[in-house]
Structure formats: structure tokens, C-alpha cells
Design a binder for this molecule. Structure first.
Ligand code: G3I
Length: 376
């Protein structure tokens, strides 16, 4: 079998806990011609480089994005298509056409495929929490709905989606548990149950707790307490997802470093799951990934709607360099770094021009900086 020169089986095997020989028979790769440096190429010995993809991209219709994805990334996350609202819009209806296409896209391109997300307070249709009279359902009903959803969705892609964000954003910024409908109706053990159901549906999958702003101390402490409790109960949580929705000033390098070290101390795989760096003026106020907070921040900014000034390009490049310096420092535990979108035009906060490729798909100085950081 010919091997892709920038494909590193050792990293895939380590991440997935597979013997290398087995993995090589699982994935077949072809040689690609030599060209300019790519993200996945320069980080091949360190960690995988992922990207969130949208429908246009996994259906192969994005002429600007698809060549970038294929050249630079060896893992994908579904930006929206596997959220409850998309995949299970009504009690008796699953919509698997998009997710099937997403998984096939990843397989066709020999990528590590991530699932996002099973249990979240957002993008979950109201019917999940209500009976036919519009009243909140009881604990047993909601647990049954959660179980059936996880069994059906994880079970369908068993062995193909290797990593799942099982519970997303369960914490408040002060580290306490968010009073989501899951929490209010089921109670605190909804988190443990979700991981148990996911493990039953695919015992081999890496199961993540995923959240934003985990670099801030109160939230980090809350997450660590939660994860320790789950581990003590034998709950199969195996990875932590640091979303990484950053801005130009926050989190600091020291905070990023401390957060990764703290989670590594729990013997969890650490993954950066939704990396972007907001350059808009409004975006400097918060690193909350809450959709409403963000819309407010973006609305406050107008000057960077069409792109970044030279100065901001340089600031962004330095920030990405600094953060990748931290990821590299912890490469023994950081298994995957995923960008939340391909180009600035695709980003959920496009006004902040937060990614490595601009709205026309051209690499920004930040792209060169990330490439260069790998060689330091
Ligand atoms: O699907 C509808 C489409 O039918 C309609 O025409 C269009 C008109 O606005 O809206 C479409 O839905 C939007 C969807 O993205 C797909 O584009 C939703 O309104 C919009 O709210 C949704 O935003 C997503 C957001 O999560 C909420 O689910 C963003 O794309 C996505 O990047 C963002 O990702 C989240 C992570 O899942 C979790 N962490 C935070 C991160 C950023 O908020």
C-alpha cells in the first residue's frame, strides 16, 4: 500500500487507541504531489488538524472551501448537521441525508470524523422537553428520549464517527451547572447518563465533554470538579474539548497553558475543538460562545466587515502563533486542534475575520504564522 507522505499513522492510532497495523489496513492513502506547506503536513508529528464543515462543503459544492479542506485538514467536525434540531427535528423523524453525506465526505478524504453534539441546551427542538399539551415532560420520559436519540444517532455511525461531543456547554461562567431543561427535568445525573448511553451505543468512541471559556479560572475549576466526579463514578468520559473561541487578548497564553495542564492532570485527551480568534472591536469584550452575546458583539463592529487592516493581520498572526506555541508545548496530550470554519466567509462570526483564510479563500498572514510555528 502506498502511504500519504503527510499521513502519520502513529498519531491516528494514538488518538483512537488502535494498533498501528490495524489502522493501516483500515485507511488507504495515495501519494500527493509535493506543494506548498499545509497545516496537516507541518503538524503531522504533533497533532491532527481539524475543521468544522458546513453542508456546502461536505456535499462538495464549495469551490472555494473544498480544495482548502482537502489540502490542509485531516479531521472534520459537523458545524450544524448533527445537532439535535437538524438530525432529529420531530419525534418520529430523523434526517440522516446530510449526516450520511458528512460521514462519507470524511471517509472519502481519509479524515478522522467527529460528531457534534448530542446533549446541548441550544439547537434542541422544544418538543424534546414537552408533552403534546405543551407541559414539561417528566424525568423518565426525557431520559428515554435522550437514550433513544443517542442510541439511534451514535449507533448509526458506530465505528465511523470516532469522537463524540456528548455533552456540550453544561457549565455557567462561574463554574456551576447551567439550569438547562436537561438539568431542570432530569437533574445533575443527565450528564453521566448521556455518557453511559453514548458508550453503550459505541464502546470504542472517544467521548468528550465540550465547552467554551474553560481557560477562565472559575469555569475551569467547575469543569474539573465535574469531570473528577464523573471519573469517580466510572462514567466513560475520555476527552475534554476546549472550544477555543478566542479574541485578540483573551485567553492569555498563561491561561491557555494552565487550562491544558489542568485537564491533562485528569488523564483526559485534550482537544481544541472550535478554534477561532475574533478580531472585531466588539468581539474583544467577551470570549463567551453564546450565540446571543456574540451577535451583540458583532453588531458593535463595522470596520472589519470586508477584511482586516495590516495591523490587525499582524496581531492575529501573533495570537495564532502564541496559541500554537502552547498547543505544541502540550503535544503529548493535545491530540487534535480543530478550526471552527474554513474561511472567514463561513465563520459564525464573519465580521471578526477570525480564521486563517480570508473571505476569498486566500491564506492570511496568520496562516503563514501557524505554519512557521510548527518549525520552531
Ligand atoms: O438552517 C437554517 C436555514 O434553514 C435558514 O435559512 C438560516 C437563516 O438564518 O438559518 C439556518 O440555521 C442557522 C444555522 O446556524 C445554519 O446556518 C441558525 O439560524 C444559526 O443559529 C446556526 O448557528 C450556528 C450556532 O452554532 C447555533 O447552532 C452556527 O452556524 C455554528 O457555528 C455555531 O456553533 C457553535 C457550536 O455548535 C457550539 N459552540 C459554540 C459555537 C458558536 O456558537
Amino acid at each position: 500500500m502506498k502511504r500519504h507522505p503527510i499521513f502519520n499513522p502513529a498519531i491516528f492510532a494514538m488518538l483512537l487507541g488502535l494498533p498501528i497495523a490495524g489502522l493501516l489496513t483500515m485507511i488507504s492513502c495515495t501519494t500527493v504531489p509535493k506543494g506548498p506547506p499545509t497545516l496537516k503536513g507541518v503538524y503531522k508529528k504533533d497533532f491532527l488538524i481539524g475543521v468544522a464543515v458546513n453542508q456546502n462543503q461536505f456535499s462538495g459544492e464549495d469551490a472555494r472551501g473544498n480544495p482548502i479542506i482537502k489540502a490542509n485538514f485531516n479531521s472534520i467536525s459537523p458545524e450544524n448537521v448533527l445537532k439535535w434540531q437538524s438530525v432529529h427535528p420531530r419525534p418520529d423523524a430523523y434526517a440522516f441525508e446530510g449526516p450520511d453525506q458528512y460521514v462519507k465526505f470524511g471517509e472519502a478524504n481519509h479524515m478522522l470524523i467527529v460528531g457534534h453534539t448530542l446533549v446541548w441546551h441550544s439547537q434542541t427542538p422544544p418538543w424534546v422537553f414537552h408533552d403534546t399539551n405543551g407541559q414539561p415532560v417528566d424525568r423518565e420520559t426525557l431520559l428515554r428520549r435522550m437514550h433513544d436519540h443517542i442510541q439511534t444517532v451514535v449507533g448509526r455511525y458506530k465505528g465511523r464517527i470516532k469522537i463524540w461531543d456528548v455533552v456540550n456547554e453544561a457549565l455557567n461562567s462561574n463554574g456551576t451547572l447551567r439550569q438547562s431543561p436537561w438539568m431542570k427535568i432530569i437533574g445533575e445525573d443527565y450528564i453521566a447518563k448521556a455518557f453511559q448511553y453514548a458508550h453503550e451505543a459505541d464502546p470504542e468512541a472517544v467521548l468528550r465533554y465540550n465547552d467554551y471559556a474553560l481557560e477562565s479560572e472559575p469555569k475551569r475549576k467547575g469543569a474539573i470538579a465535574l469531570l473528577k466526579k464523573l471519573q469517580a463514578q466510572g462514567v466513560p468520559v475520555t476527552a475534554i474539548g476546549l472550544q477555543g473561541h478566542c479574541n485578540l487578548i483573551s485567553p492569555t497564553v498563561e491561561q491557555e497553558d494552565a487550562a491544558i495542564a489542568a485537564f491533562a492532570g485528569l488523564k483526559l485527551q485534550v482537544m481544541v475543538t472550535e478554534l477561532d480568534i475574533d478580531c472585531s472591536r466588539g468581539g474583544q469584550r467577551t470570549i463567551s460562545a453564546d450565540v446571543a452575546d456574540n451577535a451583540q458583539a458583532q453588531a458593535a463592529e463595522s470596520s472589519s466587515a470586508d477584511g482586516l487592516s495590516d495591523d490587525l493581520q499582524q496581531q492575529l498572526a501573533r495570537r495564532y502563533s502564541d496559541l500554537f506555541g502552547v498547543f505544541l508545548k502540550h503535544k503529548d496530550v493535545v491530540k487534535l486542534v480543530t478550526f471552527w470554519g474554513v474561511t472567514d466567509a463561513d465563520s459564525w462570526r464573519a465580521r471578526g475575520n477570525p480564521l486563517l483564510f480570508d473571505k476569498k479563500g486566500q491564506p492570511k498572514p496568520a496562516f503563514d504564522a501557524v505554519i512557521k510555528e510548527a518549525g520552531q
